[in-house]
Design a protein around this ligand. Structure first.
Ligand code: FAD
Length: 451
């Protein structure tokens, strides 16, 4: 058994940020990772000749921790393609094109959407996303689902469906009836306000040249050789006030401190001796991953651009509720065009029960509804498999069920003896995003360096 100042479990951005900061401060650190690669929910992969962002990919201007790290690592960025008109399919099933942020809905629906946006911005401005349970209306907002809250606010179904879309299918990737209004406000506050979530040009602003996985790959490269052990899942942690030992199939490693830099849902999969305090185990049973299928559809050319379309498409009523031009602008000589689309929560349940060919046909038919007949003829089709990956089991991130953010939230980041917990899922600013992973990593590293 080897001794370290700190053993970090998980080589996602959170774990690698912690390891980098501790190593730079002269601490001995080991990172133990279950997968045979680093990056966790970030994976830039060549799939049959097409480079795809299988996991996270976009960077927005509010994500200042991520922007600073990208700068520190010397990585470059480029803007998402967005020239041309966007598409919206409303409750009447009619396809309409539009420019700017405002969906082409009736004046009354537009006014209701604006009013709801202002109200959510107001609630988010009252919240410190690190402590959402301290919001003045926390108890009340946590007891009601976001869908019920929306129903109390307006009789306009299309306004509700669109506002619900920005946080339900598009962010928490759960149906709006299954998470609280307080969780919805947290999602908005963590991104600097609800208005940011409504603005695709803001929230999906830029991409990293070479792919966002270059962030964790570069972080791992800066650590001394041998610091990151790949393909070693931690199954057991023995701990006392003096330190902790993690056990994998290959060996055991002792740290004065151990950081579980894994999603909260995977914390409970490990055996702890002695067991974690009851509130810790209880709390994490009230947290679950959302479900979204990220779809990558590549065509011989980005044909939609010739039609004057940006590739951006939305409909809370369609199987693929949002889609964007995801062509790799950073690859010299790339002539193909790629669309990325998302199929979330109950709609994802529906397609995941189908065989692969039927599923693909349904997705392509949906895209044809947005972009026309040419969308039926891709040269490549791929579905990100996060929901079937045992080291994630869902996408994009995890969130509490109704009532649990106020009941358990304050225990989320509490250490247990020498055990620390960190991941983007328990971040304040940048919650469920790479920016939050970095913020959590920095915070835990600072806490360990102070001790
Ligand atoms: P993870 O990346 O999940 O890392 C945890 C690591 O722990 C993993 O490598 C896992 O293998 C390992 N692990 C788990 N259990 C064990 C164990 N027992 N022993 C050893 N190792 C273990 N964010 C954005 O900012 N922009 C986006 O555009 C965006 N899009 C996304 C799209 C998809 C499809 C997905 C899935 C996520 C997206 N995200 C996006 C979210 C972002 O990817 C995550 O918030 C972030 O990468 C999480 O980092 P993390 O280190 O906290 O967790």
């Amino acid at each position: 058994m080897t001794d370290f100042d700190v053993v970090v479990v998980g080589a996602g951005v959170t774990g690698l940020t912690i390891a980098n900061r501790l190593h730079a401060a002269g601490r001995s650190v080991l990172v133990v990772e279950a997968r045979d690669r680093v990056g966790g929910r970030l994976l830039t992969e060549d799939v049959e000749g097409v480079r795809l962002e299988v996991g996270g990919q976009w960077v927005s201007p509010d994500q200042t921790a991520l922007l600073a790290l990208i700068d520190e690592l010397g990585l470059e960025m480029y803007a998402r393609y967005r020239a041309g008109k966007s598409i919206y399919i409303g409750a009447d099933g009619v396809r309409r094109t539009f420019e700017g942020e405002q969906f082409p809905v009736s004046d009354t629906t537009a006014a209701e959407m604006e009013r709801l946006t202002k109200e959510l911005d107001r609630l988010a401005a009252q919240m410190d996303p690190l402590v959402p349970w301290e919001h003045p209306d926390a108890e009340q907002l946590d007891r009601i689902s976001f869908a019920a809250w929306l129903a109390n606010q307006t009789d306009d179904a299309e306004a509700r469906d669109n506002i619900g879309l920005y946080i339900g299918p598009a962010m928490l990737t759960k149906p709006a009836h299954s998470f609280s209004a307080l969780s919805a406000v947290l999602m908005a506050a963590s991104a600097g306000g609800f208005s940011h979530l409504v603005d695709a040009d803001f929230i999906l602003d830029r991409r990293v040249v070479g792919g966002l996985q270059r962030v964790p790959l570069s972080l791992a490269d800066r650590l001394p050789a041998g610091t990151v052990h790949l393909g070693e899942a931690v199954t057991k942690v023995e701990w006392s006030e003096e330190g902790a030992t993690v056990f994998t199939g290959r060996g055991s490693y002792r740290g004065r401190d151990v950081v579980m830099a894994v999603p909260p849902t995977l914390v409970n999969r490990v055996q702890y001796i002695p067991a974690l305090p009851p509130v810790q185990a209880q709390m994490r049973q009230h947290i679950s991953f959302g479900l979204v299928v990220k779809l990558h559809i590549t065509y011989a050319t980005p044909f939609w651009r010739d039609l004057g379309l940006s590739g951006t498409a939305f409909s809370p009523y369609a199987l693929v509720h949002e889609a964007y031009d995801n062509t790799n602008e950073d690859i010299d000589g790339e002539t193909r065009g790629t669309l990325v689309g998302f199929c979330s929560d109950v709609k994802a349940d529906g397609i995941l029960g189908l065989d692969a060919e039927t599923r693909k046909q349904k997705v392509l038919e949906c895209l044809a509804g947005y972009y026309g007949e040419q969308a039926l003829h891709p040269v490549h089709y791929y579905e990100s498999p996060w929901m079937a990956d045992e080291w994630t089991v869902g996408a994009f991130g995890t969130s509490f069920d109704i009532g649990s953010l106020t009941r358990y939230g304050r225990h989320l980041r509490a250490a247990v003896g020498p055990l620390q917990f960190a991941s983007s899922d328990i971040a304040g600013l940048g919650f469920q995003h790479v920016d939050g992973a970095i913020r959590m990593g920095e915070a835990v590293a600072a806490r360990l360096l102070e001790a």
